[in-house]
Design a protein around this ligand. Structure first.
Ligand code: C2E
Ligand code: MG
Ligand code: MG
Ligand code: MG
Length: 274
């Protein structure tokens, strides 16, 4: 209290906080090393057209397997990478790996299937994204539509004007744009109306009870209607049952992904089971 009155910052820095900070620093350094050592990989989850069941795209989901001892889920390292800035080179790596994998798809006669890459706000707003994508498309001779990006509402809302500029450049290159986890952030109608988007991905928290809970059904019905009204396609995330899929089909949802169709896995496994 005395310190605050005298204008000295009154931050209390106790032993536990110091330990936590040290742990995070160590993990950030370890993640940097992991990128150098090539310990990250992409897994892929199919996204299917609800009408005909065909796989229309694959979502690329990053996996870290330190010392080949199982996978650490992205929720445990992506936020730290965003804080430390490692997300920019890591995101570049993910895009390059997705581009390489699209080449493998094309070799197997699946070149019409797009790969959707999650892009963090920091990376999206760094303004190097259109240039990186153009370089990758040239290096890997990717057709238009080969890559898509998934953004969260927060990435867009942080700076709607620069988001629009970047999106227009991506659109010109034939890169489609999805808003991920739609409905969980500050869903602003203003940006939806004005930005050049292609897909809304309805978050799985709403999809989970869509066939059994009226409140989730009401939200899903509204989001499908809203997206369609704006000329967007709707993708349902986290579909786990035939009942959920039936509900989504009846209500005009366009595409779906989830454990019902298959968990994310290595591209080789997916190609084998296709
Ligand atoms: P997301 O983009 O919303 O990805 C969907 C998440 O739902 C994935 O979790 C996926 O494994 C999981 N999922 C898919 N189907 C089902 C289902 O039927 N039920 C349930 N309960 N879950 C399902 P994952 O792989 O742990 O990724 C979590 C988040 O990490 C992603 O959410 C995305 O925000 C982020 N992330 C993943 N890869 C990358 C990346 O390369 N770059 C960036 N910036 N973020 C990434
Ligand atoms: Mg995603
Ligand atoms: Mg999502
Ligand atoms: Mg989600």
């Amino acid at each position: 209290l005395q310190a605050r009155r005298e204008g000295v910052p009154s931050v209390r820095f106790d032993a536990a906080m110091a330990a936590r900070a040290a742990e995070r620093l160590a993990l950030a350094a370890r993640l940097r090393l992991a990128l150098e050592r090539g310990e990250f990989e992409l897994h892929f989850q199919p996204i299917r057209d609800i009408g005909d069941g065909r796989i229309v795209s694959l979502e690329a989901l990053i996996r870290w397997s330190p010392d080949n001892a199982g996978y650490v889920p992205p929720s445990q390292f992506i936020p730290l990478c965003e804080e430390s800035g490692l997300i920019v080179p890591l995101g570049e790596w993910a895009l390059a790996e997705a581009a390489r994998c699209h080449g493998l798809l094309a070799e197997r006669g699946r070149g019409e299937v797009a790969i959707a890459v999650n892009v963090s706000a920091v990376q999206f707003l760094s303004e190097t994204l259109p240039q990186s994508l153009r370089a990758l498309r040239e290096t890997h001779a990717l057709p238009r539509g080969a890559l898509q990006i998934e953004l969260t509402e927060s990435a867009v809302l942080r700076s709607p004007e620069s988001a629009r500029t970047t999106m227009n450049e991506l659109r010109e290159q034939g890169v489609c744009i999805s808003i991920d986890d739609f409905g969980t952030g500050f869903s602003s109608m203003a940006y939806l109306k004005d930005l050049p988007l292609d897909f809304l991905k309805v978050d799985r928290t709403f999809v989970a009870g869509v066939d059994s809970e009226e409140r989730n059904a009401a939200i899903c019905r509204a989001l499908i209607e809203l997206g369609h009204g704006l000329g967007l396609k709707i993708i349902a995330e986290g579909v786990e049952s035939a009942e959920q899929l039936d509900w989504l089909r009846k209500h005009g949802c366009d595409q779906a992904q989830g454990y019902y169709f298959g968990a994310p896995g290595p591209l080789a496994d997916l190609l084998r089971a296709w």
